[in-house]
Design a protein around this ligand. Sequence first.
Ligand code: ATP
Length: 248
Amino acid sequence: MTQNVIEVNGVSKAFGGVQANKDISLTVPDGKITGLIGPNGSGKTTLFNSIVGYHPIDEGSIRFEGREISKLRVQQIARLGLLRTFQQTRIFKNMNCVENMLIAVPHRKMTMLDMFDRANPEEMERAEMLLEFVGLYSKRKLTAGSLSFGQQKLLEFAMALMNEPKVLLLDEPTAGINPTLINGLIDRLKKANSEFGITLLIIEHNMRVIMNMADTIYCLAHGKMLASGTPEDIQNDQRVIDAYLGAH
Ligand SMILES: Nc1ncnc2c1ncn2[C@@H]1O[C@H](COP(=O)(O)OP(=O)(O)OP(=O)(O)O)[C@@H](O)[C@H]1O
């Protein structure tokens, strides 16, 4: 039987008078791809932030591999193997791709100079392998700032993989990416799941993308869980259709 690697139970979070999440429960099965959708402002990013320890929750429980993590801090949670990426990329634009990859691994207490002068050969090899995996090997010596936005997102994805996460939370991985690059990105995300065994939880506005990737999809609306099911269930769920139509 598939284990749930993340279990969110009855989570609520308010910012002043704004109830961003209300009594949210969801599970993320180990080794699968789970989608999280919902109109703008429905509380998706808030839920991501709660899961990775970015802010305390008001109520509820968040378990990772059976362990309560809702009181742990971001770095402690990251060390357990639960990482996230952001809507806006967080790369160092003046550094080249390989340097960005090496700096993505936070465990070493080294100065920057040490890091590049005496880069661990295994990490260097892994950095180059992952740049190859996302299709950026030929650009590895270029500064990250000179890459297109889509390529920067691929770099950020590869940087997250440097940390060998068990679970990766991706916040709108295809946002702002040229449609011709999107299929390549979907392919790499699926491969990271199937070949590296990384469980994915993905926030995505592009319905074609999420319907094509996810095993299960959860839909939020107004901070509450509106529906969940297979992509087919969700696509045909009148409540989901109404939530999106009502939002635009
Ligand atoms: N740090 C914060 N301070 C105050 N209000 C916040 C904060 N973060 C989120 N909110 C509010 O909480 C609600 C949910 O926002 P959230 O960003 O989680 O939604 P979302 O579904 O991720 O939206 P989008 O799809 O536009 O990214 C919104 O009303 C937002 O304004």
